[in-house]
Design a protein around this ligand. Sequence first.
Ligand SMILES: *[C@@H]1O[C@H](CO)[C@@H](O)[C@H](O)[C@H]1NC(C)=O
Ligand SMILES: *[C@@H]1O[C@H](CO)[C@@H](O)[C@H](O)[C@H]1NC(C)=O
Length: 193
Amino acid sequence: MPDGVLSEAIETVPSGGDTPAFVGVLSTGQVAVMNYVGANGRIIPTTDTPLDFDDTAGIISFPIPDGGASNPHMALEYGSEVLVPDLGGDTVWRLKENESPGNWKIIGSIAQPAGSGPRHIVVEGDLLFTLHQTTSTLTVQKIPSLDTETAPLLANVSIVPPDPPVNASFAAAELLIPKTSERFPVQYIYSRL
Ligand SMILES: *[C@@H]1O[C@H](CO)[C@@H](O)[C@H](O)[C@H]1NC(C)=O
Ligand SMILES: *[C@@H]1O[C@H](CO)[C@@H](O)[C@H](O)[C@H]1NC(C)=O
């Protein structure tokens, strides 16, 4: 708005679950929402204008491990796939659109270390960088072919600072890997607790 104030909501759509913790836009204009507690999410197409949601989009349900929880924490476009780190499930789900817009299905997964709590991811080329909340670690793996659900860790580092205060507890939260530019020719990985 010209006066610098946000307008009322122009359009509202249900996230389809409990405690949505992430929203992001795909290159197609579809909007991905992941429900942290709901173990599910939606990838919602927009219609003629980006201001109109197509509410026929399905709900993507993630498998709940025995005695555990599924906590999808973000969605990242990777080629024709969308990758979803699942903090409770210790995995990264691979989703693909099935015939019609907004109809996304799980087509594979990439296992993460047990108990690590994968929270946020970045893909650079065919490398998957994963920030793990529970262990406060950063790992990198080569994204495997779809029929392979594991990939060796090429690197695994703790992001906890040296000499933390007694009884301090940590939870890794954010991961950024900005592209290089003429002014910033060296690529850095920024992670935050
Ligand atoms: C990753 O590194 C952390 C911190 O050094 C270590 O505790 C953990 O065991 C490592 N995980 C794997 C799967 O190697
Ligand atoms: C650390 O935690 C232990 C166990 O709760 C407690 O006994 C101790 O006083 C704590 N130390 C500090 C410096 O807070």
